[in-house]
Design a protein around this ligand. Structure first.
Ligand SMILES: Cc1cc2nc3c(=O)[nH]c(=O)nc-3n(C[C@H](O)[C@H](O)[C@H](O)COP(=O)(O)OP(=O)(O)OC[C@H]3O[C@@H](n4cnc5c(N)ncnc54)[C@H](O)[C@@H]3O)c2cc1C
Length: 586
């Protein structure tokens, strides 16, 4: 399959001038960088156990799943507000293609349960984040929309396990972690109202307690996976104080114990630009029954655990979509001929391809590293928890923004066909846009990283220390380049410190971008040393030159090294540190 990426996906027949797409490829086998990073970050026994499962998902994602995703995108869900007897039994009709994707994700792979219980895919323990997000990464290269229900189910399970009372856990967990469609309850989370998305303190939904039970009133304005079996929902208990401190967290079932519909209605489905396969709607709460989750006054704090997990998943989804874009662009460039030459031979196209490759590989590195840090944090390592607090919003902010540019860039490489819905590119462009909106816009994530994690916890210093530790371990990286990286770490951390002061509202995005870029450059260099990979080392330098150093737009940079680097990065040379060393250390 790698050979296929190098030579174009399909053989041309005499008059076949249209460049192919990646349909029919195995996305796992076609991704040596992903496989290499699993060697670095995943425990060998788990890695060996998962190999056939990842291989199968890679094949599905390049084949059947991709076909289903295309069909589901073209046949979005439909809301039926009443049943045929005129009762307000609202229900959503999905195309069978969506139902089949659900079966693969939930029942076959158990993506919602794999990090919460043993025996998913035959592994005798809950799986670590590197595995769970690795499956998400492959899945999303075919289907993005359904990953929202998968991820919000996974994160709802986390919240119930962490904050639910013993009684609530006994009631819900067997259903939430089931892979049997007849038993299973899928989850979601509803926060946003007309009065506030970013400004959560402005929420108006009310929770009233009667006879020791909670009943919810009001409206939620954006509800993805609208008809989930269980929604985690923020509401203000009657009489509670204004602002975020007055918010409680509740778990609201779609159906009551007697099988009747809970008292909330799906009023409308949104007509969305992207994620069209999945239903996002508006709901009206008419005294809906709900269970209290955790401490009443800690609702938002608890919900933010879920938000942070979703944010990490969003970074991974952006990494996945960028990989698909890059693979599509490479297929086209290797097979489309213009002016008597394959596109890939043209210097401007090679430069375009590298501009797609660098952010794609940065996001891959940041997924693997952040997942690794999360594993350590889950084992009680406080330093890792500190680091995770800043890495998560940095990753969500920057990777989702990069995805916008990469999706548009890959469309352009395909030329006019890239704009036509026969091909995957328009869907990738449409789906990419949501990454900068849900689970916090770019501003909100940058402010979270700098204005909160750095300002209140000094997390930028933890990040700086972790990066210096990586550099100290990377002795195979040429000395001069390592010193250059070390200096950039210090400068980015100093900038983070300055931005976290009174200028946070103005400088957070710049500082967050700088910290993301410097982190990915350093960790890529560390990975290069571990893997003896010249490509990862060159990618690290690409990040330095193009994302951390200001270039004069009126003076072309010395590009001799870049032409040689491009040859290696596009697979035209041996991938060893020895090959690349001279190109980073000049
Ligand atoms: C398709 C879709 C599905 C969704 N699904 C869900 C869901 O399932 N559950 C859910 O709870 N929500 C969901 N959302 C809502 C989403 O999370 C919000 O739209 C998002 O958080 C932004 O909130 P808002 O729309 O109210 O915009 P606003 O908060 O009004 O923001 C408008 C603009 O102002 C900027 N802004 C706001 N405050 C600041 C600040 N302090 N500093 C700088 N800039 C600021 C923002 O960055 C943004 O650019 C969904 C949204 C969409 C589009």
């Amino acid at each position: 399959m790698e050979a296929r990426l190098k030579s174009g996906a399909r053989q041309k027949t005499g008059s076949d001038h249209i460049a192919p797409d990646c349909r029919g490829m195995n996305f796992y086998r076609a991704d040596p960088a992903f496989r290499d990073l699993l060697e670095v970050y995943m425990e060998p026994a788990l890695r060996a156990h998962l190999e056939p499962h990842l291989d199968r998902l890679g094949e599905l994602a390049g084949g059947r799943l991709d076909e289903l995703a295309d069909t589901a995108d073209k046949h979005p869900p439909v809301l039926h507000p009443r049943d045929r007897f005129g009762r307000d039994e609202d229900w959503i009709e999905y195309h069978p293609a969506y139902r089949e994707m659900e079966r693969i994700a939930f029942s076959e792979l158990g993506l919602h349960a794999m990090s919460h219980r043993a025996d998913v895919l035959g592994w005798p323990a809950p799986m670590p984040p590197i595995a769970k997000y690795g499956f998400q990464y492959l899945f999303v290269q075919a289907e993005f929309g359904l990953m929202c229900p998968v991820s919000v189910s996974d994160t709802s399970n986390f919240i119930i396990l962490r904050y639910g009372s013993e009684e609530l856990k006994r009631k819900l967990i067997p259903r939430l972690l089931s892979q049997d469609p007849a038993e299973m309850w899928k989850g979601t989370q509803f926060m946003t109202e007309k009065s506030g998305g970013s400004d959560v303190g402005a929420l108006e939904c009310e929770a009233r307690q009667e006879n020791g039970e909670w009943w919810l009133y009001g409206e939620k304005w954006f509800c993805s996976h609208t008809d989930a079996d269980l929604a985690l929902i923020l509401a203000r208990p009657q009489g509670a104080e204004a602002g975020t401190r007055g918010l409680g967290l509740f778990a609201m079932p779609r159906r009551l114990d007697d099988g009747s519909r809970n008292r909330y209605r799906i009023v409308r489905l949104k007509d969305k630009l992207g994620t069209r396969s999945m239903a996002s709607g508006e709901i009206r709460l008419e005294g809906a029954f709900a269970w209290q989750v955790g401490e009443l006054r800690a609702g938002l704090k608890q919900m933010l655990d879920q938000v942070n997990l979703s944010r990490l998943s969003h970074g991974v989804r952006a990494a996945a979509m960028m990989r698909r874009c890059l693979n599509e662009a490479l297929c086209v460039a290797r097979s489309r001929v213009a002016f008597g030459r394959a596109l890939i031979e043209m210097p401007l196209v090679r430069r375009q391809l590298l501009k797609l490759m660098v952010p794609t590989e940065q996001a891959l590195t940041m997924y693997a590293w952040t997942a690794d840090v999360m594993s350590r944090a889950n084992r009680g390592d406080e330093g890792a928890a500190h680091l995770l607090r800043i890495l998560t919003p940095l990753f969500k902010f920057r990777a989702c923004r990069d995805n916008l540019r990469v999706a548009t860039g890959a469309m352009e490489v395909r030329g006019g066909n890239g704009y036509i819905e026969d091909w995957v590119n328009p869907r990738l462009v449409r789906d990419a846009q949501i990454g900068v909106l849900w689970e916090g816009t770019s501003n909100i994530n940058a402010l979270d990283a700098i204005g909160r994690a750095a300002a209140k916890m000094g997390a930028h210093k933890a990040l700086g220390a972790a990066l210096h530790a990586r550099l100290a371990e990377a002795s195979r990286v040429p000395e001069k380049f390592r010193s250059r990286l070390a200096e950039l770490v210090d400068r980015a951390v100093a900038f983070g410190a300055r931005a976290s002061g009174s200028e946070a509202e103005r400088l957070s995005r710049m500082a967050a971008g700088a910290l993301y870029n410097v982190a990915s450059a350093v960790v890529m260099a560390w990975e290069a040393a571990r893997l003896d990979s010249g490509r990862r080392l060159l990618l690290s330098r690409m990040v330095v030159e193009h994302r951390l150093i200001v270039q004069d737009p009126l003076v072309p940079a010395n590009e001799a090294w870049e032409e040689r680097a491009a040859a290696l990065l596009l697979g035209e040379g041996d991938d060893t540190i020895h090959q690349a060393a001279a190109l980073v250390d000049h």
